[in-house]
Design a protein around this ligand. Structure first.
Ligand code: SF4
Length: 473
């Protein structure tokens, strides 16, 4: 029997890249590849790249420079190592990567990685292979289902892609160019995927998409299902204790989604809803196609449907033309909404996007100063939100042994890590935990009641949703 070939994947960026990397592993498992954490041992190294961060492509070229040394060393020892670049930088800069990085054998875009086995064969025969077309047929039709042992090894939480691409064309964003037009997977395929994951012990599913609540996949009845309708169907699958979704757009918040939050105990009351700015002038320049008040109204609808719901968001500071008054509108919006957490970044231009051509640049010093002010405000809200957990009993889905001996760590409904002293038997269970203290961002507590836990352990039983603090508007 041939020894397995070794695959090392380094993935950058978003949840979808994490998911895509897992699907690449699943695809290549059929070709006899097993994963290795050690790049020197690898027969194939894949950099699964992200184009969102500043100077993303330069970082990829530096990494490729390091890989060239490793590849040359492998060749000196008589071993062939292939190097592939996947993800959004591959899509955006395919030819340039081939030109600039001689160590690279394969460049594959995010819609084409199901072709990796053929690309490997092509690289072997032709020297190098490039595939960055947006294929006519959906890659999910070709991807093999994850193997049971891979599902179990990945733990009790899993991502499932339901939607890809984006038609919104925000002026700062590369996604419509790197991931293509908005496409939704048929509901039946998503249900099958989630059923398979549940059958092998997965308890929490996060549905992912660049614009996940624009989901409009074909339902079994031939109509287009919304995300809310899909969530309702997935909540019926025995064993699934928690459902989440990310990332949402304020314009695509519809009644079915609000009602899903109202009705489904398994749908977690924590929504990531990026707004980017609180200024209508800047939102318009960003082509967000919603106002700050539209966003406030969307938040109000969620809160009316579910009292314990909390929010996180994304903010860009220093978008071209942002004045102090615009920035204050952002601070006012944050103060009014009250977030459980948020991501905030200084604006940096992405080549090829419309905003990259706007000349009214905000100075680096102003951006730095605004980012500090915004992050202080967000940190204070997050800290207050976490502190308000102390003394409460909240449901925790336990995931794994913690680094501290004897402790098991899980997540609350709001994704806060929560630690208890317990045996590993509780991994995979949702149990009520009395929160005693907070250490930085982690909650510490104890299992509220072993007797109560016994009823919570049955995978198909409904989960009690404990009351949790709501940040006031
Ligand atoms: S909606 Fe999101 S993914 Fe789409 S263009 Fe805007 S920022 Fe990018």
């Amino acid at each position: 029997m041939k020894p397995p070939r070794k695959l090392h994947i380094k993935s950058y960026g978003c949840q979808m890249n994490v998911y895509d990397a897992q699907r690449m592993v699943d695809t290549l498992a059929g070709e006899g590849f097993v994963e290795t954490a050690n790049v020197e041992d690898a027969d194939l190294v894949i950099l699964n790249t992200c184009h969102i961060r500043e100077k993303a492509s330069e970082k990829v070229y530096s990494e490729l420079g390091r890989l060239r040394v490793v590849k040359d060393e492998a060749a000196r020892r008589g071993r062939l190592m292939n190097v592939a670049v996947a993800g959004c930088v591959a899509q955006a800069e395919g030819q340039e990567i081939i030109r600039r990085a001689p160590a690279v054998d394969i460049v594959v875009g995010p819609q084409s990685y199901h072709h990796l086995p053929e690309l490997l064969a092509r690289a072997k025969s032709d020297g190098r292979a490039l595939e960055t077309e947006f294929p006519v047929r959906d890659k999910f039709e070709f991807l093999p289902p994850p193997r049971p042992e891979a599902i179990r090894a990945r733990g009790i939480s899993s991502f499932v892609t339901v939607q890809e691409g984006c038609d919104k064309f925000c002026t700062f964003c590369v996604v419509p160019y790197t991931r293509g037009a908005e496409v939704s997977r048929p509901a039946v395929k998503v249900v099958d995927d989630v059923q398979r994951l549940a059958d092998h012990g997965v308890r929490e599913i996060t549905l992912i998409g660049q614009n996940v609540n624009a989901y409009h996949g074909e339902g079994p009845d031939g109509t287009a299902w919304s995300l809310g309708t899909l969530l309702r169907r997935l909540a019926e699958i025995p064993g699934i204790a928690r459902l989440r979704y990310s990332t949402s757009h304020p314009r695509d918040v519809d009644t079915t989604l609000i009602e899903a939050h109202r009705d489904l105990a398994t749908l977690m009351p924590f929504v990531h809803l990026p707004v980017q700015s609180g200024s209508d002038r800047i939102l318009s320049a960003m082509n967000r196609k919603h106002t700050a008040d539209d966003y406030r109204r969307a938040i109000d609808r969620f809160r009316a449907a579910r009292q314990d719901i909390a929010f996180s968001s994304d903010f860009i500071v220093g978008f071209p033309g942002e004045s102090e008054e615009d920035f204050r509108a952002t601070l006012a919006l944050v103060t009014q909404i009250g977030y459980a957490g948020a991501y905030s970044f200084k604006y940096s231009p992405r080549p090829g996007t419309p905003a990259a051509d706007i000349r009214e640049i905000v100075s680096a010093a102003e951006m730095d100063e605004r980012l500090v002010r915004l992050q202080e405000l967000i940190d204070s809200q997050q800290s207050a939100f976490n502190k308000a957990m102390i003394g409460k009993t909240v449901d925790v889905l336990f995931e794994r042994a913690a680094r501290n001996p004897g402790q098991i760590v899980g997540r609350t409904a709001y994704l806060q890590p929560a630690h208890v002293l317990a045996s590993a038997d509780i991994i995979g269970q949702v149990l009520p935990v009395r929160i005693d203290s907070l250490e930085r961002y982690s909650l510490l507590g104890e299992l509220a009641s072993l007797a109560q836990s016994a009823t919570s352990q049955k995978p198909a039983s409904p989960i009690t949703v404990s009351s949790a603090p709501r940040m006031g508007a």
